[in-house]
Design a binder for this molecule. Sequence first.
Ligand SMILES: [Zn+2]
Length: 102
Amino acid sequence: MKRLLQAPNLALATLWADQLVGAGIGARVQRAFASGIAGGIPPDQSLPEVWVEDAAAFDRATALLAEWRRAPHRRWACPDCHEIVEGPFEQCWNCGAAMPRP
Ligand SMILES: [Zn+2]
């Protein structure tokens, strides 16, 4: 296990981990609920983190994330829950529905 990054919120951490898994890289979100359980942890240490299970996949995971962050931003409305999803995401971060194909 190797820490890949710290995400600003759980929704993004979960999305990135899901996308990595979708790309064939074992990834999971850690410490996602620490802020609600352990009092006294500094805020910057209670944010969710994305870890790769195989340290050998770390470089590939980093490259993929850089690619996703560079991707042109899209804006679409979820067909199921009508959440507006922005960014290079093809899944609704509210309900997990896939982006509608044109
Ligand atoms: Zn949705």
